[in-house]
Design a protein around this ligand. Sequence first.
Ligand code: SAM
Ligand code: SF4
Length: 345
Amino acid sequence: MSSATKPELIDSFGRTVRDLRISVTDRCNFRCTYCMPEEGMVWLPRTEVLTYEEIARVARICVERFGVDGIRLTGGEPTVRAHLTKLISALAVLTVPAAANSPLAGQPIDVAVTTNGATLALVAADLQRAGLRRINVSLDTLNREKFKQITKRDELASVLEGIDAAIAVGMAPVKVNAVVQRGVNDDEIIALATFGREKNIEVRFIEFMPLDAQAGWLNNAVVGQDEIVSTINEVFALEQIASRGAAPADRWRYLDGKGTVGVIPTVTKPFCGDCDRVRLTADGQFRTCLFATDEFDVRALLRNGASDDAIEALLRRAVGEKWAGHTIGQVSFVRPRRSMSQIGG
Ligand code: SAM
Ligand code: SF4
């Protein structure tokens, strides 16, 4: 191991890195309007995409040397990559070092997946057997026509089946992510909240971010946290749950005891000051923020015979340069060159 004795990685603003988000592919079987264009997306050549062995090596370095205790697989759509269970099995055996400053010290890391759920009914049991304990499924509407309009696919029924399958195989928690767009699905906030209450799963409403591939994002298409919460509170009384720590969602509990609901307020109440996340893109670029304009080429090191020490040094340098936070809504904001599905949401 390098000079640091304690497995930790702290940026220049005092934030500790704990969470690694790995995009396993830039490809997807949906074309959500807020993420990808319907046609014309250019996929990464397969040779540029990290192998599972390469991903697992970066993950191991982050866990062993930095005390990362959570890894989330995303994309693109992670379930469209063949043999995803192989990667999950390789990650599920990683153990947080005993000396790490983590509630999971000495225990297996927390592995999670974010999926559109289209094929989840088919793969939930395999994912669970491979070691996946929790999952987030994206679902923005319960209306079949609107689902087609948003995702460009007629797959609402499959996604609903997928959510049921994840619950049935015992994944816990199962969460639903819903991106709220003004004039698109803001009339479904109560329907989605009700869905979560009935299924006993947490729905997390996400503010629409300027990461759509078509650069069509407008500030007035964002439905902010305050509006989402007051809309729900008018129908189902809510009480805020104290602190979110480094988690991106602010959370509320239903006063009638029917579970919890979350909001990820990236635009109206950025949580950059508590951010503990770093990201690895499908093509092996390390990013310290969704909105970062710089990337660090880990793939080049992986493929040039670099040592673990050299990879650790690159990741430490990247985190040393992590900025204080994004500036969405300010004149200084610069859209990242790549869109959501290419970075990994
Ligand atoms: N394909 C998977 C899915 O849809 O869950 C994983 C990748 S997707 C990029 C990850 C999450 O980002 C999803 O919950 C999706 O709804 C969200 N997302 C995509 N584009 C977004 C945007 N412009 N603003 C806010 N959230 C977005
Ligand atoms: Fe695919 Fe997820 Fe992007 Fe939708 S949000 S197009 S499912 S990557």
